[in-house]
Design a binder for this molecule. Structure first.
Ligand code: AMP
Length: 206
């Protein structure tokens, strides 16, 4: 099964992609995570784009994605989370592989901004929380699981959030019509378990 998860920032697509990929035994590939985990000069180059909320250039994005896509664990299938983000990337993807289903997770801009401004993650184990909505940490400063410090992402600042949403509406949303025959639309303004249930049910019935 080859799936795309598309949705605005803070829609919970990363959380859902992690859960569903485990359930289906396929790999979860998030271009955002690949970029955040890059090293040395490449990391510096990528951070410059990310911190301003801009897209990393398509060529560089595709080069990094391809290296990950061709690893053995993607043989049974994968969920791409955060790719493609514009029409050019959608066309490049089409030239490498076919996609079975596209999951679009919708949330309003207001909800997205609220979620991103409360989003924190553990600097040690990467567990994510939200200080305004569930899953809330018991202590807003430290991780429930390992006691590590909770930090905000560099690009979850007001200016970058605005820019990222603008890019989502102008460049990413229009590509959904390319996938209209295989598109599954999910309401992202529900609790995490209900969203997972909706995705699983719809994947089974289509
Ligand atoms: P995300 O974790 O999906 O919110 O991505 C964080 C940042 O990584 C984005 O704001 C972009 O700067 C960059 N990024 C992630 N995926 C892509 C992509 N497919 N194309 C270009 N830039 C990307």
């Amino acid at each position: 099964m080859k799936l795309l998860f598309i949705g605005p920032q803070g829609s919970g697509k990363g959380t859902q992609a992690a859960i569903i990929s485990k359930e289906l035994g396929i790999s979860h590939i998030s271009t955002g995570n690949l970029f955040r985990n890059a090293k040395d000069e490449l990391k510096q180059e990528l951070d410059e784009y990310m911190e301003q909320g801009k897209l990393v250039p398509d060529e560089l994005t595709l080069k990094i994605l391809k290296q990950r896509l061709y690893q053995a664990d993607s043989k049974n299938g994968f969920i791409l989370d955060g790719f493609p983000r514009n029409l050019n990337q959608a066309n490049l993807l089409k030239s490498i592989t076919e996609i079975d289903k596209v999951i679009e997770i919708t949330v309003s801009d207001l909800e997205s901004i609220k979620r991103l401004s409360g989003r924190v993650s553990c600097e040690k184990c990467n567990e994510s929380y939200n200080i305004f909505t569930e899953p809330k940490p018991k202590n807003p400063l430290y991780c429930d699981l390992c006691g590590g410090k909770l930090i905000r992402r560099g690009d979850d600042n007001e200016q970058a959030i605005k820019k990222r949403l603008e890019i989502y509406h102008n460049e990413t949303e229009p590509i959904l019509k390319e996938y209209q025959d295989i598109l599954i639309k999910i309401n992202g303004e529900q609790n995490i378990d209900k969203i997972t249930e909706d995705i699983t049910t719809k994947l089974k019935h289509l």
